[in-house]
Design a binder for this molecule. Structure first.
Ligand SMILES: C[S@@+](CC[C@H](N)C(=O)[O-])C[C@H]1O[C@@H](n2cnc3c(N)ncnc32)[C@H](O)[C@@H]1O
Length: 286
Protein backbone atom coordinates (compact mmCIF):
# COMPACT_ATOMS: atom_id res chain seq x y z
CA UNK A 1 0.00 0.00 0.00
CA UNK A 2 1.43 3.41 -0.90
CA UNK A 3 2.02 6.05 1.79
CA UNK A 4 -0.41 8.36 -0.04
CA UNK A 5 -3.42 6.04 0.25
CA UNK A 6 -5.94 7.13 2.90
CA UNK A 7 -6.77 4.71 5.73
CA UNK A 8 -9.85 3.04 4.21
CA UNK A 9 -11.47 1.82 7.43
CA UNK A 10 -11.84 5.46 8.58
CA UNK A 11 -11.56 6.61 12.20
CA UNK A 12 -15.10 7.85 12.95
CA UNK A 13 -16.52 7.08 16.42
CA UNK A 14 -18.55 4.24 14.88
CA UNK A 15 -15.26 2.62 13.84
CA UNK A 16 -13.91 3.18 17.40
CA UNK A 17 -16.95 1.31 18.81
CA UNK A 18 -16.46 -1.45 16.20
CA UNK A 19 -12.81 -1.84 17.27
CA UNK A 20 -13.79 -2.17 20.94
CA UNK A 21 -16.50 -4.73 20.25
CA UNK A 22 -14.08 -6.55 17.92
CA UNK A 23 -11.51 -6.76 20.72
CA UNK A 24 -13.91 -8.64 23.03
CA UNK A 25 -15.24 -10.93 20.30
CA UNK A 26 -11.75 -11.84 18.99
CA UNK A 27 -10.35 -12.32 22.50
CA UNK A 28 -13.16 -14.72 23.46
CA UNK A 29 -12.64 -16.88 20.37
CA UNK A 30 -8.83 -16.79 20.64
CA UNK A 31 -9.05 -17.63 24.33
CA UNK A 32 -6.18 -15.45 25.60
CA UNK A 33 -4.88 -11.88 25.40
CA UNK A 34 -1.26 -12.99 25.37
CA UNK A 35 -0.15 -16.42 24.13
CA UNK A 36 0.67 -18.71 27.10
CA UNK A 37 4.26 -19.29 25.88
CA UNK A 38 4.92 -15.55 26.37
CA UNK A 39 2.64 -14.86 29.35
CA UNK A 40 4.16 -17.68 31.42
CA UNK A 41 7.63 -16.18 31.42
CA UNK A 42 7.38 -12.41 31.91
CA UNK A 43 9.71 -10.54 34.28
CA UNK A 44 8.21 -8.66 37.24
CA UNK A 45 8.84 -5.26 35.60
CA UNK A 46 7.76 -6.31 32.07
CA UNK A 47 7.46 -3.59 29.44
CA UNK A 48 4.88 -4.32 26.77
CA UNK A 49 4.24 -2.34 23.56
CA UNK A 50 1.18 -2.47 21.31
CA UNK A 51 1.87 -1.24 17.77
CA UNK A 52 -1.02 0.19 15.71
CA UNK A 53 -2.92 0.21 19.01
CA UNK A 54 -6.11 1.89 17.68
CA UNK A 55 -8.14 2.62 20.83
CA UNK A 56 -5.62 1.05 23.25
CA UNK A 57 -8.23 -1.50 24.39
CA UNK A 58 -5.86 -4.52 24.18
CA UNK A 59 -3.34 -2.79 26.47
CA UNK A 60 -6.04 -1.59 28.83
CA UNK A 61 -7.39 -5.13 29.22
CA UNK A 62 -3.85 -6.53 29.57
CA UNK A 63 -3.08 -4.00 32.32
CA UNK A 64 -6.21 -5.04 34.24
CA UNK A 65 -5.12 -8.69 34.10
CA UNK A 66 -1.41 -8.09 34.94
CA UNK A 67 0.65 -7.15 38.01
CA UNK A 68 0.75 -3.34 38.57
CA UNK A 69 4.55 -3.50 38.12
CA UNK A 70 4.11 -4.09 34.37
CA UNK A 71 4.21 -1.11 32.02
CA UNK A 72 2.23 -0.75 28.78
CA UNK A 73 2.85 1.63 25.86
CA UNK A 74 0.60 1.93 22.82
CA UNK A 75 1.67 3.54 19.52
CA UNK A 76 -0.47 4.54 16.57
CA UNK A 77 -0.05 6.82 13.57
CA UNK A 78 -3.24 8.61 14.68
CA UNK A 79 -4.58 9.47 18.14
CA UNK A 80 -8.13 9.91 16.78
CA UNK A 81 -9.37 6.65 18.33
CA UNK A 82 -7.38 6.64 21.59
CA UNK A 83 -9.48 5.97 24.70
CA UNK A 84 -9.53 9.14 26.88
CA UNK A 85 -6.25 9.44 28.87
CA UNK A 86 -8.17 9.70 32.18
CA UNK A 87 -9.89 6.34 31.51
CA UNK A 88 -6.58 4.46 31.15
CA UNK A 89 -4.95 2.49 33.99
CA UNK A 90 -2.00 4.50 35.40
CA UNK A 91 0.56 2.07 33.90
CA UNK A 92 -0.79 2.52 30.33
CA UNK A 93 0.24 5.33 28.00
CA UNK A 94 -0.69 5.97 24.37
CA UNK A 95 1.46 7.98 21.94
CA UNK A 96 1.95 8.67 18.26
CA UNK A 97 4.27 6.28 16.37
CA UNK A 98 4.49 5.03 12.77
CA UNK A 99 5.41 1.35 12.35
CA UNK A 100 6.63 2.01 8.80
CA UNK A 101 9.32 4.43 10.01
CA UNK A 102 12.29 3.68 12.30
CA UNK A 103 11.35 4.04 15.98
CA UNK A 104 13.39 6.57 18.04
CA UNK A 105 16.73 5.07 19.12
CA UNK A 106 15.77 5.60 22.78
CA UNK A 107 13.06 2.91 22.37
CA UNK A 108 15.33 0.32 20.77
CA UNK A 109 15.81 -2.83 22.86
CA UNK A 110 13.46 -1.63 25.62
CA UNK A 111 10.44 -3.98 25.44
CA UNK A 112 9.92 -7.56 26.65
CA UNK A 113 6.89 -7.99 24.40
CA UNK A 114 5.63 -6.34 21.23
CA UNK A 115 2.01 -6.97 20.28
CA UNK A 116 0.47 -6.21 16.89
CA UNK A 117 -3.10 -6.91 15.93
CA UNK A 118 -5.06 -6.25 12.77
CA UNK A 119 -2.93 -3.90 10.75
CA UNK A 120 -3.37 -6.00 7.60
CA UNK A 121 -5.22 -3.23 5.76
CA UNK A 122 -2.00 -1.17 5.84
CA UNK A 123 0.19 -4.09 4.65
CA UNK A 124 1.07 -5.44 1.18
CA UNK A 125 3.79 -7.41 -0.57
CA UNK A 126 7.19 -6.62 0.96
CA UNK A 127 5.66 -4.43 3.70
CA UNK A 128 5.20 -7.36 6.12
CA UNK A 129 8.95 -8.05 6.12
CA UNK A 130 10.02 -4.42 6.59
CA UNK A 131 7.39 -3.80 9.30
CA UNK A 132 8.48 -6.93 11.20
CA UNK A 133 12.15 -5.89 11.02
CA UNK A 134 11.21 -2.42 12.24
CA UNK A 135 9.12 -3.53 15.25
CA UNK A 136 11.73 -6.11 16.29
CA UNK A 137 14.15 -3.22 16.97
CA UNK A 138 11.95 -2.46 20.01
CA UNK A 139 12.59 -5.83 21.68
CA UNK A 140 15.16 -6.68 24.33
CA UNK A 141 17.28 -9.78 23.58
CA UNK A 142 15.04 -12.78 24.36
CA UNK A 143 11.93 -10.59 23.95
CA UNK A 144 8.75 -11.89 22.30
CA UNK A 145 6.42 -10.77 19.52
CA UNK A 146 2.75 -11.68 19.14
CA UNK A 147 1.12 -10.71 15.82
CA UNK A 148 -2.58 -11.42 15.29
CA UNK A 149 -4.27 -11.08 11.89
CA UNK A 150 -7.41 -12.23 10.14
CA UNK A 151 -6.96 -13.90 6.77
CA UNK A 152 -9.81 -12.10 5.01
CA UNK A 153 -8.76 -13.56 1.66
CA UNK A 154 -10.48 -16.79 2.77
CA UNK A 155 -13.53 -14.98 4.22
CA UNK A 156 -16.93 -15.85 2.77
CA UNK A 157 -20.56 -16.32 3.76
CA UNK A 158 -21.90 -19.71 4.88
CA UNK A 159 -25.36 -21.17 5.38
CA UNK A 160 -26.32 -21.08 9.07
CA UNK A 161 -28.00 -23.75 11.19
CA UNK A 162 -31.51 -22.26 10.88
CA UNK A 163 -33.67 -24.08 8.29
CA UNK A 164 -34.54 -20.70 6.67
CA UNK A 165 -30.91 -19.56 6.42
CA UNK A 166 -29.77 -18.24 3.07
CA UNK A 167 -26.41 -19.35 1.70
CA UNK A 168 -24.87 -16.00 2.68
CA UNK A 169 -24.35 -15.04 -0.97
CA UNK A 170 -24.36 -11.26 -0.34
CA UNK A 171 -21.97 -11.56 2.58
CA UNK A 172 -19.63 -13.38 0.18
CA UNK A 173 -20.14 -10.81 -2.59
CA UNK A 174 -19.25 -7.82 -0.40
CA UNK A 175 -16.15 -9.61 0.89
CA UNK A 176 -15.07 -10.66 -2.64
CA UNK A 177 -15.50 -7.09 -3.91
CA UNK A 178 -13.36 -5.77 -1.03
CA UNK A 179 -10.72 -8.49 -1.52
CA UNK A 180 -10.46 -7.82 -5.27
CA UNK A 181 -9.95 -4.11 -4.59
CA UNK A 182 -7.35 -4.80 -1.91
CA UNK A 183 -5.44 -7.28 -4.07
CA UNK A 184 -5.58 -5.28 -7.32
CA UNK A 185 -5.20 -1.77 -5.94
CA UNK A 186 -3.00 -2.27 -2.88
CA UNK A 187 -1.15 -5.54 -3.62
CA UNK A 188 -2.85 -7.06 -0.55
CA UNK A 189 -1.65 -10.54 0.46
CA UNK A 190 -1.62 -12.80 3.52
CA UNK A 191 1.87 -13.97 4.48
CA UNK A 192 3.11 -17.34 5.67
CA UNK A 193 3.78 -16.06 9.20
CA UNK A 194 5.86 -19.05 10.25
CA UNK A 195 8.20 -18.45 7.30
CA UNK A 196 8.17 -14.67 7.84
CA UNK A 197 9.30 -15.12 11.45
CA UNK A 198 11.89 -17.77 10.54
CA UNK A 199 13.34 -15.45 7.87
CA UNK A 200 13.63 -12.71 10.52
CA UNK A 201 15.67 -15.10 12.72
CA UNK A 202 12.97 -15.55 15.37
CA UNK A 203 13.05 -18.66 17.55
CA UNK A 204 10.37 -20.90 19.18
CA UNK A 205 7.86 -19.78 16.54
CA UNK A 206 4.26 -20.94 16.98
CA UNK A 207 1.37 -20.09 14.65
CA UNK A 208 -2.00 -20.62 16.32
CA UNK A 209 -4.73 -20.72 13.63
CA UNK A 210 -8.36 -20.44 14.72
CA UNK A 211 -11.63 -20.35 12.81
CA UNK A 212 -14.02 -17.49 13.60
CA UNK A 213 -16.85 -20.02 13.87
CA UNK A 214 -14.99 -21.90 16.64
CA UNK A 215 -17.70 -20.77 19.11
CA UNK A 216 -21.03 -21.02 17.24
CA UNK A 217 -22.67 -18.40 19.49
CA UNK A 218 -20.16 -15.82 18.20
CA UNK A 219 -21.01 -16.26 14.50
CA UNK A 220 -23.45 -13.29 14.45
CA UNK A 221 -20.86 -11.04 16.15
CA UNK A 222 -18.10 -11.93 13.67
CA UNK A 223 -20.58 -11.39 10.82
CA UNK A 224 -21.54 -7.94 12.12
CA UNK A 225 -17.92 -6.88 12.71
CA UNK A 226 -16.59 -8.29 9.43
CA UNK A 227 -19.37 -7.08 7.15
CA UNK A 228 -19.41 -3.71 8.98
CA UNK A 229 -15.72 -3.20 8.16
CA UNK A 230 -16.08 -4.40 4.56
CA UNK A 231 -19.15 -2.33 3.71
CA UNK A 232 -17.75 0.73 5.51
CA UNK A 233 -14.53 0.48 3.50
CA UNK A 234 -16.45 -0.09 0.22
CA UNK A 235 -18.47 3.05 0.97
CA UNK A 236 -15.30 5.08 1.61
CA UNK A 237 -13.83 3.71 -1.65
CA UNK A 238 -17.06 4.65 -3.51
CA UNK A 239 -16.60 8.25 -2.32
CA UNK A 240 -13.03 8.27 -3.63
CA UNK A 241 -13.94 6.66 -6.97
CA UNK A 242 -11.50 4.71 -9.14
CA UNK A 243 -11.46 1.65 -11.37
CA UNK A 244 -13.67 -1.25 -10.30
CA UNK A 245 -15.16 0.55 -7.26
CA UNK A 246 -18.84 0.11 -6.51
CA UNK A 247 -20.85 3.35 -6.35
CA UNK A 248 -22.68 4.24 -3.13
CA UNK A 249 -26.05 2.91 -4.40
CA UNK A 250 -24.48 -0.49 -5.09
CA UNK A 251 -22.83 -0.54 -1.65
CA UNK A 252 -26.17 0.26 0.04
CA UNK A 253 -28.00 -2.40 -2.00
CA UNK A 254 -25.39 -4.96 -0.93
CA UNK A 255 -25.55 -3.78 2.71
CA UNK A 256 -29.33 -4.39 2.80
CA UNK A 257 -29.07 -7.83 1.16
CA UNK A 258 -26.17 -8.83 3.43
CA UNK A 259 -28.31 -7.76 6.43
CA UNK A 260 -31.11 -10.08 5.23
CA UNK A 261 -28.53 -12.91 4.86
CA UNK A 262 -27.28 -12.34 8.42
CA UNK A 263 -30.81 -12.10 9.85
CA UNK A 264 -31.67 -15.46 8.28
CA UNK A 265 -28.77 -17.07 10.17
CA UNK A 266 -26.10 -17.04 7.44
CA UNK A 267 -22.67 -15.97 8.66
CA UNK A 268 -19.27 -14.68 7.54
CA UNK A 269 -16.24 -16.85 8.43
CA UNK A 270 -12.48 -16.49 8.14
CA UNK A 271 -9.27 -17.67 9.82
CA UNK A 272 -7.43 -15.85 12.62
CA UNK A 273 -3.66 -16.38 12.90
CA UNK A 274 -1.84 -15.59 16.16
CA UNK A 275 1.89 -15.99 15.59
CA UNK A 276 4.44 -15.75 18.38
CA UNK A 277 8.24 -15.87 18.30
CA UNK A 278 11.25 -14.88 20.41
CA UNK A 279 14.49 -13.03 19.71
CA UNK A 280 17.57 -15.05 20.59
CA UNK A 281 18.27 -14.77 24.32
CA UNK A 282 21.66 -13.46 25.49
CA UNK A 283 24.24 -16.23 26.18
CA UNK A 284 24.47 -16.80 29.93
CA UNK A 285 28.04 -16.54 31.27
CA UNK A 286 28.87 -19.21 33.86
C1 LIG B 1 -7.94 -2.09 12.41
S1 LIG B 1 -7.13 -1.01 13.52
C2 LIG B 1 -6.64 -2.15 14.80
C3 LIG B 1 -6.37 -1.47 16.11
C4 LIG B 1 -5.90 -2.37 17.25
N1 LIG B 1 -4.63 -3.00 16.95
C5 LIG B 1 -6.93 -3.41 17.63
O1 LIG B 1 -6.73 -4.59 17.33
O2 LIG B 1 -7.96 -3.03 18.24
C6 LIG B 1 -5.58 -0.64 12.72
C7 LIG B 1 -4.80 0.51 13.37
O3 LIG B 1 -3.53 0.62 12.73
C8 LIG B 1 -3.20 2.01 12.69
N2 LIG B 1 -2.17 2.25 11.68
C9 LIG B 1 -2.29 2.21 10.32
N3 LIG B 1 -1.11 2.49 9.73
C10 LIG B 1 -0.22 2.72 10.75
C11 LIG B 1 1.17 3.05 10.79
N4 LIG B 1 1.89 3.21 9.65
N5 LIG B 1 1.78 3.18 12.00
C12 LIG B 1 1.05 3.03 13.16
N6 LIG B 1 -0.27 2.72 13.18
C13 LIG B 1 -0.89 2.57 11.99
C14 LIG B 1 -4.53 2.67 12.39
O4 LIG B 1 -4.50 4.06 12.70
C15 LIG B 1 -5.49 1.87 13.27
O5 LIG B 1 -5.62 2.43 14.53
Amino acid sequence: MSDEEPYWLGRASLEQQRLIKQHYVWTKTIGYLLHPSIASNLPENARIADIGTGTGIWLTDMAKASPPTHHFDGYDISDAQFLPADSLPSNVSLSLGDFKKPFPAALHGTYDVVNIRLIIISMGRGVWESTLRNVLTLLKPGGAIQWTEGNFLVARGFRGAAPASTGGHWLSRAQAQMNNTLVNRFGFNFPDFTQLYADAGLERVEEDVLSTDRLPEQRPDFTEIGSGAVLGALKNLAGAGGDGCWDEAKVEECREKARVDAESGAYLRWDIHVTVGFLAAPMSVT
